[in-house]
Each structure stands twice: as structure tokens, then as C-alpha cells.
Design a protein around this ligand. Structure first.
Ligand SMILES: CC(C)(COP(=O)(O)OP(=O)(O)OC[C@H]1O[C@@H](n2cnc3c(N)ncnc32)[C@H](O)[C@@H]1OP(=O)(O)O)[C@@H](O)C(=O)NCCC(=O)NCCS
Length: 181
């Protein structure tokens, strides 16, 4: 069994707002759904999971204590969720690999929150005991790249026309990785 890292960290962002970065909890359902619905349509086109879909929100909330999954949220004092990140252990011959997802609310971008969330989920990935961490993004999603490069990730490959957006257009998928051990 892997040890759970349940760290909570208060952070004051570059925009002056204080948030707490902590594990997703069962009673975050309403605020997580609100966050999902607030994401720009452009993001919804490109994200792997559609957080505006109540079924996806239920799946994430139901997995809040799952053995192979760690989920973190950034929450304001009023309970508003302003960012979400997750790392999930893959299965089968990739069961030593953790796959990261990260998204920050539109109003909170370029304030350092993506970087803080990435650091927090990276720590959770270490807690999961994975030997390698990957993050996948469409080639058009340039904003995530700098964050993971700064954390020491490097580009491992591009899968050509591997992902399709909600309009059915196919995109190249970039895989960045960090080898923990
Ligand atoms: C990617 C994302 C998480 C970044 O969140 P953020 O809170 O804006 O990140 P930060 O403020 O910590 O920015 C870190 C660095 O990333 C780079 N960056 C962020 N947004 C950028 C943009 N739109 N264009 C170019 N570079 C960008 C910058 O180098 C920035 O550093 P700086 O502000 O000091 O110049 C956010 O844009 C997002 O949720 N996008 C949609 C989902 C996504 O693409 N996720 C990543 C793949 S999993």
C-alpha cells in the first residue's frame, strides 16, 4: 500500500489572493462542478476530461480517496475552487507511471497558481510511489509547457493526430515526462 500525502499549503498568489491547496474532498462536489462550468469553452475543447459534465464530476468526487489516484484543489477562503490537478497511476505494464492533469480557472491564470498546483501534484505523485510522471497536452496548449519544463520535465514524444477536440478536429499530443527513479 502507498502512503497518502495529505499536505495542505496556504499560498498568496501574485494577484494578492490567498488560496489553500489541499486534497479534493467528498463535499467539494458543488464547488468543483461550479469550477468545471466556469472553464472557458476553448479549454473544454481541449481538455481530456470535460469538467462541465456532471457525470465526470461525480466520477472525480467518488474517487477522492482512491488508492491509485491523488486529486488536489486550490480553494479560496469562501470555498470557491479555482484550480484542479490530479495524478493517476496507469495500469498494466505502465503501472509505475503517474499521469498528471492540471487546470486553473481563467481569472486566476498568470498568477503563479499553475506552478504551485503542479508542484503540489508532483509531490503527490511521489507519494503514490511512481517511478515516472508524465503529462500529456495538445501541441496547441502552449501554456502548460513552461511550468513542467521548470519542474524538470522534458518532452518525450509527440503522438501525431492522437487526440480529437470536441469539434472532431485531430491534434498532435505532446508527452512530457520526469523520471523519478
Ligand atoms: C496551463 C495552466 C495550468 C497555467 O496556469 P497558470 O496559473 O496561468 O500558470 P502560472 O501562472 O504558474 O504560469 C507559469 C508559467 O507558464 C507560462 N505560461 C502560462 N500561461 C501562458 C500562456 N498563456 N502563454 C505562454 N506562456 C504561459 C509562463 O512562462 C508562466 O510564467 P510567468 O507568468 O512567470 O511568465 C492554465 O493555463 C490552464 O489551466 N490551461 C488549460 C489546461 C492546460 O493547458 N493544462 C496543462 C496541461 S495538463
Amino acid at each position: 500500500m502507498t502512503m497518502r500525502v495529505e499536505a495542505t499549503s496556504p499560498v498568496v498568489l501574485r494577484n494578492g489572493v490567498a488560496v489553500t491547496i489541499r486534497p479534493l474532498a467528498e463535499d467539494d462536489r458543488i464547488e468543483l462542478a461550479r469550477f468545471g462550468k466556469s472553464l472557458p469553452e476553448d479549454d473544454a475543447l481541449y481538455l481530456e476530461d470535460d469538467l462541465s459534465d456532471p457525470n465526470i464530476i461525480n466520477r472525480l468526487i467518488n474517487a477522492y480517496a482512491a488508492e491509485n489516484w491523488r486529486q488536489m484543489v486550490a480553494v479560496r477562503d469562501n470555498g470557491e475552487v479555482v484550480a484542479y490537478s490530479a495524478v493517476r497511476k496507469l495500469v498494466g505494464w505502465s503501472s509505475h507511471v503517474g499521469d498528471i492533469q492540471l487546470m486553473v480557472g481563467k481569472e486566476f491564470r498568470r498568477s503563479g497558481l499553475g506552478t504551485e498546483m503542479a508542484k503540489a501534484i508532483f509531490e503527490s505523485a511521489r507519494g503514490l510511489g511512481v517511478a515516472k510522471v508524465i503529462v500529456e497536452m495538445l501541441a496547441v496548449q502552449v501554456s502548460g509547457r513552461a511550468i513542467f519544463e521548470r519542474l524538470g520535465f522534458s518532452r518525450e514524444g509527440i503522438f501525431s493526430k492522437h487526440a480529437h477536440d470536441r469539434h472532431g478536429n485531430r491534434h498532435d499530443l505532446v508527452v512530457m515526462a520526469y523520471h523519478v527513479m
